[in-house]
Design a protein around this ligand. Structure first.
Ligand code: CA
Length: 235
């Protein structure tokens, strides 16, 4: 039997924690809870959860700072930001600092569960993954699909799970152009939902900053104007 996946809930509103715990446990997830940012960070680093649901407005340390600190300490745990705010700037900031996804409160439990599932999907796939294939783009950028590590010129590139997923998806279909909506469906694992395609642009930008020598003139992940993105067939 597969071990239960553990969801860390970092949220200071007890009634939200209660309803999240109830619904997650009903779907066979184990849960951990923290009611402020500091203990959330501590649990995220110490208890190795499979995913973190992270509120923004928290006592002691806000959700953005928790996420930033997690990434600075090398954690690549999937993070879904729970934001009460509608502002696009907040969503983008969350993604800029290394969150994998965000969901705006009030959210439907069905939507949240779909996001949780989609965001830990890769981990589950990894458990059943076959031999340690490497994807060598022939240009010093190498993806090890068993260890989920990406190296460039022999140096490890620190990617979030989503950045890794996007890179491996595009790199395994070189030359094929994908629209933002295609990528939302293929990489994010959920259908097109409103303005969320902006997420794709932000993730592409972050990925370029990490793998390209000159992010403004990318050679790996290219833009087909008015259509979408593709991985260079020959770099
Ligand atoms: Ca709060």
């Amino acid at each position: 039997m597969e071990a239960k996946k553990t969801v860390l809930i970092v949220e200071d509103e007890k009634n939200i924690v209660d309803i999240l715990r109830f619904n997650l446990q009903r779907e066979s997830y184990a849960t951990l809870e923290a009611y402020d940012g500091e203990s959330g960070l501590e649990l995220a680093l110490g208890k190795n959860p499979d995913i973190v649901l992270l509120d923004v407005m928290l006592p002691k340390m806000n959700g953005f700072d928790v996420c930033r600190a997690l990434r600075e300490k090398g954690s690549s745990v999937p993070v879904i930001i729970l934001t009460a705010r509608e502002e696009e700037a907040d969503k983008v900031l969350g993604l800029e600092i290394g969150a994998d996804d965000y969901i705006t409160k009030p959210f439907s439990m069905r939507e949240l569960m779909a996001r949780v599932k989609a965001n830990i999907r890769r981990t589950a796939m990894g458990a059943g993954a076959s031999s340690g294939a490497t994807m060598d783009t022939g240009t010093g950028l190498v993806v090890n699909t068993e260890s989920y590590q990406v190296t460039k010129g022999g140096k490890l590139v620190d990617l979030t799970q989503r950045e890794y997923d996007l890179l491996t998806f595009l790199a395994s279909h070189p030359g094929k152009v994908y629209s933002r909506i295609d990528l939302m469906e293929q990489v994010w694992n959920y259908g097109y939902v409103g303005d969320d395609v902006r997420t794709v642009d932000v993730t592409v930008r972050r990925l370029r900053e990490k793998i390209e020598d000159d992010p403004a003139n990318p050679v790996y992940i290219l833009t087909r104007r008015g259509v979408g993105y593709y991985f260079a067939s020959k770099v």
